[in-house]
Ligand binder design. Structure first.
Ligand SMILES: [Zn+2]
Length: 104
């Protein structure tokens, strides 16, 4: 799936931006504000990677469902997910109504 490759690529790119990867990081004993900036940068990278990893898992589940032949079917109520929704959210596992209920 194209989407999966794209996300893996994104994760790689984001990880490269992690200031903690800087080999000087551990030894540079930089000013406090630099440390804070690096920490914030690192946290941002971690949050983004976490988000993308979650998306990747959802895509994998969608792929498994596709193989099983129930892709596009709501996992909760069994209704078919509208094509328009699948185009917007290819990894959607629930119909709009269920998604709304689950988010509450
Ligand atoms: Zn549903």
């Amino acid at each position: 799936m194209e989407e999966e490759k794209k996300i893996l690529q994104q994760i790689e790119n984001i990880k490269k931006e992690d200031p903690f990867l800087d080999p000087d990081h551990a030894s540079d004993n930089a000013a406090v504000d630099t440390d804070v900036r690096e920490q914030v940068g690192h946290d941002t990278v971690e949050a983004q990677v976490k988000d993308l990893t979650k998306r990747l898992q959802e895509i994998k589940i969608a792929m498994i469902n596709m193989e099983k032949g129930n892709y596009g079917t709501c996992e909760r109520c069994g209704a078919s997910i509208p094509q328009t929704r699948l185009e917007l959210v290819p990894e959607a596992r629930f119909c709009i109504e269920c998604e709304r209920k689950l988010r509450k």
